[in-house]
Ligand binder design. Structure first.
Ligand code: ZN
Length: 148
């Protein structure tokens, strides 16, 4: 039986927190900055030193960390992925969204972040982006914070 994520969210134990939030996307390929939402969960956890994992429970989406300062960086990443993995390029998968699955695998389903002094240790220009590759949809993000 598949693991039901809903059974596991909103669990808070000492030194461990897991939460889920949703992201609404509006385009087929789109990156959405989720840094503030992840940072709020870290703050709420009260964990001073630890690890924060962001996990995307979808096969046609992902998560990545990259530059937020210039929005053209994200635009360039999306157009590079579109060139690298074009839509409808003779794939076998009958659902017709193989490019979305391939982009999801290239980007990855999780990111691990360092938590220090109850904050995410991100570089000045870095942001955490939810990556949509088969939108528009409503998606889930799972965040787990573990005490080191
Ligand atoms: Zn599919």
């Amino acid at each position: 039986m598949p693991f039901n994520i809903k059974d596991k969210v909103e669990i808070e134990e000492e030194g461990n927190m897991i939460k889920e939030f949703t992201v609404k996307t509006s385009r087929r390929n789109e990156f959405i900055d989720i840094t503030d939402r992840v940072a709020n969960i870290v703050r709420e956890s009260g964990i001073e030193e630890g690890i924060c994992t962001v996990f995307i429970p979808h096969t046609t989406a992902g998560v990545t960390i990259n530059e937020k300062a210039d929005p053209n960086v994200v635009r360039d990443i999306i157009s590079a992925l579109e060139k690298l993995v074009p839509e409808g390029a003779g794939y076998r998968h009958l659902e017709g969204n193989s490019d979305s699955h391939i982009k999801s695998t290239l980007v990855g389903a999780s990111e691990k972040l360092v938590v220090s002094s109850n904050r995410l240790l991100l570089g000045t220009w870095q942001a955490i982006f939810f990556c949509e590759f088969d939108g528009p949809r409503t998606r889930k993000c799972i965040v787990q914070v573990i005490k080191a």
